[in-house]
Write a protein that binds this ligand. Structure first.
Ligand SMILES: C[S@@+](CC[C@H](N)C(=O)[O-])C[C@H]1O[C@@H](n2cnc3c(N)ncnc32)[C@H](O)[C@@H]1O
Length: 274
């Protein structure tokens, strides 16, 4: 499963797509046509402001009436997306993916996005973290992803592999000066083998940290996705040597059944300054 797809919004459904909505007691509505996903907003659509945590809102259950040639895994993914209040809220508020809420929730708690900052977004596609950065006052964002990202005013997102040896230099040149914030939401495609997946994501987070150590201005911040599983301890030790505060958090928008957590390191001290 692609990590990008995990948070992606479901594709627009063809007008003939049959969805049926069920109440909390999973009673099927008699007329499945009216309350389709796009034409008539569901309760979850209407409750899109974040004053109540989205997770705590009344559940709505949407099921697919026809498979339309989808595999079981594709159907499961689509049903999960259609029943996810964060997905509905992302549609409503114009975020490119539900992942936007993870950054919003982390920033609401730790306040690392400040007006006028220059930021780097690693693993940026489809672009919702960049959207949040710009909306919260970042002056300039540069980023990278293996996948293309549709243009966003104020951002330059490269299409390529961050682990390519030349890529960090390209990003630095593009930013033109030190960064105030480096974000990494990069995640490799999962293999289904938990310890392999863990090691691969930690390797990416470590690469991101080495880059951050090189590019961050004094006092800067580094936020990275890791998976719980043990190997992140080495990274945490290194982070503690370079940042004043190092914390862990799992934002409410992060799915409970995912082992993903975020490290939030703030108050960067460059190595030469001791
Ligand atoms: C969870 S998604 C990021 C979502 C993004 N933060 C957003 O809000 O739109 C993880 C992304 O990491 C990217 N990625 C994984 N490995 C990468 C690499 N080596 N270089 C660049 N991007 C990578 C994937 O292509 C994927 O788009």
């Amino acid at each position: 499963m692609s990590p990008h797809k995990e948070d992606a919004l479901p594709p627009a459904l063809p007008p003939s797509e049959s969805l049926s909505e069920k109440s909390e007691k999973t009673t099927r509505l008699k007329t499945p046509k009216k309350p389709t996903q796009r034409r008539s907003p569901t309760k979850a659509h209407r409750q899109h402001d974040l004053s109540t945590p989205l997770r705590e809102r009344a559940p709505q259950t949407v099921s697919l009436k026809t498979a339309r040639g989808r595999t079981t895994a594709q159907q499961r993914w689509l049903i999960r997306q259609l029943n996810d209040p964060y997905v509905h809220a992302a549609h409503q508020q114009g975020w490119r993916s539900r992942a936007a809420f993870k950054l919003i929730e982390l920033d609401d708690r730790f306040h690392f996005i400040r007006n006028g900052i220059k930021a780097v977004d690693l693993g940026a596609a489809p672009g919702s973290w960049t959207q949040v950065l710009l909306q919260r006052g970042a002056k300039r964002v540069v980023g990278i992803d293996l996948l293309p990202v549709k243009p966003l005013l104020g951002a330059d997102i490269l299409e390529g592999d961050f682990t390519d040896p030349d890529m960090p230099e390209h990003l630095k040149a593009l930013l033109g000066r030190k960064a105030d914030l480096v974000l990494s939401d990069m995640a490799p495609n999962t293999t289904g083998h938990a310890s392999t997946d863990h090691l691969r994501i930690i390797a990416l987070a470590e690469e991101a940290f080495f880059f951050a150590r090189d590019i961050l201005a004094e006092g800067g911040g580094f936020i990275a996705k890791v998976f719980q599983g043990g190997a992140e301890k080495t990274l945490l030790t290194a982070l503690k040597q370079n940042f004043t505060h190092v914390r862990h958090a799992k934002p409410p928008a992060s799915r409970k059944n995912s082992s993903e957590i975020y490290v939030i390191a703030t108050g960067f001290r460059s190595p030469q300054e001791g």
